[in-house]
Ligand binder design. Structure first.
Ligand SMILES: NC(=O)c1ccc[n+]([C@@H]2O[C@H](COP(=O)([O-])OP(=O)(O)OC[C@H]3O[C@@H](n4cnc5c(N)ncnc54)[C@H](OP(=O)(O)O)[C@@H]3O)[C@@H](O)[C@H]2O)c1
Length: 273
């Protein structure tokens, strides 16, 4: 697959990793301060990121854009771990949260980048669940993941996870405290965290002021929604505006055909209105 380079329309002064030439040629500069938590979503023009019970919503909303898939791969390639909620895992059967799975043509370059950054060959997958309701034969669990759950969730899971997985019990409450989840991961040396969680998980991370950066692909499609549709925007279950809007700073804008690729710095709670 031959991908044309992204057109850089705006870029703030940002850190840049030393990248393999092919990756740099396509995307330009990319790097993160450490530690960091960053998210990645693709949205329709009308702000939709999920499609109710339809599986693989991101892929449908992006129209399988090769540029979007490349960026997903690149962002995964930078991360120590990819953190998702169980909702995203249940909605994406057969998926692997690795760089090569979304953009196999540049698998070798992604591995070279990871090696140059001193990262493990692939990012760790972290799945957050309160219910423990997982498809234990999901290939991403078979490959191996850290499953973070409640005491009740762990009971439900029992010994049904593949031996490649580790269960971390993070308290007795109904839900995990996302700040403690991130603290636990950092304690394990996982400092560069990409969340590919859906709107429920990311909403809590933003509410807690723990999201440093948001990558957002704007796909040139209008999704629409009916009154009773469960079609969410990037955040669900958490109300921010008018009192606590997470006003963000633009870090970069790239264009690829009709798609826009935005990168924002999201604020700490103290900086919010
Ligand atoms: N367009 C995009 O770029 C994009 C990106 C990611 C996801 N998505 C879509 O988003 C949809 C899923 O949305 P979602 O909001 O349900 O996804 P999600 O946030 O990844 O998953 C929600 C689930 O994660 C678990 N969870 C979240 N916070 C928790 C906490 N504090 N403690 C314990 N467990 C917690 C719960 O699992 P349990 O129910 O097991 O307790 C919860 O039901 C899918 O359709 C997916 O395709 C789209």
């Amino acid at each position: 697959m031959t991908l044309a380079p992204f057109e850089v329309l705006y870029e703030a002064d940002l850190p840049g990793y030393k990248m393999p030439a092919d990756l740099h040629h396509l995307y330009g500069r990319l790097g993160f301060k450490t530690p960091v938590v960053y998210s990645n979503f693709v949205s329709s023009l009308d702000g939709i990121v999920t499609l109710g019970s339809k599986p693989s919503a991101g892929s449908i909303i992006s129209g399988k854009s090769p540029a979007d898939r490349f960026l997903m791969g690149l962002l995964r390639a930078c991360a120590d771990a990819v953190v998702i909620g169980a909702g995203t895992m249940r909605a994406t059967p057969g998926h692997l949260w690795t760089p090569a799975h979304v953009y196999p043509d540049l698998a070798t370059e992604f591995t070279s980048l990871r090696s140059a950054l001193g990262r493990a060959t692939e990012p760790r997958l972290v799945v957050v669940t309160a219910s423990g309701e997982l498809d234990f034969s999901h290939p991403a669990l078979v490959k191996g993941a850290i499953v973070m759950t409640t005491a009740d969730g762990a009971k439900k899971i029992g010994d049904r996870l593949p031996a490649t997985c580790e269960v971390v019990v993070m308290g007795k409450g109904k839900n995990l405290d996302v700040a403690k989840v991130i603290e636990e991961l950092r304690g394990r040396g996982l400092q560069v965290l990409l969340t590919e969680g859906g709107p429920h998980l990311v909403g809590q991370v933003i509410e807690a002021g723990l999201l440093d950066e948001a990558f957002l692909t704007v796909s040139p499609v209008i999704a629409g929604r009916k009154d009773d549709d469960e079609r969410f925007g990037m955040v669900e279950g958490v109300e921010l505006l008018p009192e606590h809007g997470a006003w963000s700073s633009l870090l970069s804008v790239r264009r690829h055909g009709d798609y826009l690729f935005l990168r924002y710095r999201t604020p700490a709670p103290a900086a919010r209105a």
